[in-house]
Design a protein. Sequence first.
Length: 276
Amino acid sequence: MPLLILPATALVIMLLVLPMAGLLRISLNQYSPTELMVEAVTGENYLNAITDPFYQKILLVTVAVAVSCTVLSLLLSIAPAYWLARMQSRWKSALIILTLFPLLVGNVVRAAGWMAILSTDGALNAFLGLFGFGPYKLLYQPAAVVFGTAAVVMPYMILTLSAVIEAIPRQTEEAATNLGAPPLTVLRRILLPQAAPGVVAGCVLVFIMSMNAYATPVLLGGPNFTMLAPAVYDQFVRVGNWPFGAALAFLLLLSTLVLTVLVNFALVRALKRKSL
């Protein structure tokens, strides 16, 4: 049995552990405008990233966007996930493929589509103009980033919830309905507690992807809206400060891990409380 996991373990070590170890070593070096990087062992880059108000604000914005995307995608995914899970039709497989179809398109292409919809002369403002409203500045706003990122991650949430709901016996819902429970009570007291593993898994997955989003915030947020992933890119590519960029990357990784554990814990507690 140990021999069977050796190839996968070697692959993880070569493609994940070793590059991260190298990045960690870079983050401990010092930046020099002339030499770019000076060999050293210092925590100065981490201290600057944590204490600088500019990057503190970027971290808060990143967390706020990730939480907003998680909540929005969960609320928008419950209905289609339930409908897909309970569907008894030969078209079910086609609808699952249709749900997966957006994942075949790159994030840049999808963000460009949202730019065409949300721009001042875009489709949404043109539609509102038919009723005498607008035009409104919808692009390069935090809301545009939240909706655009939520649209990117929603297929993962829908498929995760659908798989869990499909495993829940329909008879439990029918029994509650026959006893007089309204639909919202059935959802809150019967369906959600049993679907808790899927809700937690979907929220954690969406939260991680939203925390590390790059293309959507850059294209929909504009130059004045920055999250941690674009900030890491700027330090590596535009500024050339590799040590500080590596420190920001590990700060993003650490904050994502810590917040993922907290989100997981909070969701489990909330779902248990609702089931009581």
